[in-house]
Design a binder for this molecule. Structure first.
Ligand SMILES: [Zn+2]
Ligand SMILES: [Zn+2]
Length: 169
């Protein structure tokens, strides 16, 4: 209900703004303009709810710690070194197995109540400032600190396009 109300409010704001900019009474806007504005509303509300707390479904951390419930810095539980950083709002599921430089073999598995199954994608993740990002929408997903781990195997699903990426060392 809250969502519906805020959607309506948002839409009315946009209509009014558009009306003011184009000097049109807001109830005389063209159907096409209204459609555009509706799309913008849907998109931005989707983004906004995406940043709300998410409900974790499966969570399995083996000899690994995570700074918060489902994101932030990841630490090896044996040597306490940080091995990477997991972005909070952009992934749908993560499977990570790694061997830390200290010899520890750790792993992390996480997904959410609303996670989609996703489809396998052969594209390579792109690296932007040491963060692996989705090549389709540039969403930042995860950082693995290469110098801290001897090897790793990872599968991560981008929440926004539902692609599943694989990466290993
Ligand atoms: Zn370690
Ligand atoms: Zn994506």
């Amino acid at each position: 209900m809250i969502l519906r109300n805020s959607k309506l409010k948002f839409l009315v704001h946009l209509y009014t703004l558009e009306g003011a900019i184009t000097d049109t009474d807001f109830n005389k806007l063209s159907e096409e303009t209204k459609k555009d504005l509706k799309e913008i509303t849907n998109y931005s509300l989707k983004r906004r709810t995406g940043f709300m707390a998410r409900v974790v479904k499966n969570k399995e951390l083996v000899r690994t710690r995570l700074a918060t419930n489902y994101g932030g810095w990841m630490y090896c539980d044996m040597c306490n070194e940080n091995i990477g950083y997991l972005c909070y709002a952009t992934y749908d599921s993560l499977e990570l197995k790694y061997k830390c430089n200290c010899g520890n073999q750790g792993s992390a598995r996480l997904d959410f109540e609303d996670s989609k199954i996703g489809q396998d994608c052969r594209d390579e993740l792109v690296t932007i400032k040491n963060r692996f990002c989705c090549p389709k929408d540039n969403e930042p997903l995860i950082t693995i600190l290469d110098k801290k781990v001897a090897s790793y195997e990872m599968k991560i699903t981008c929440k926004s396009c539902e692609s599943i990426y694989k990466k290993m060392k």
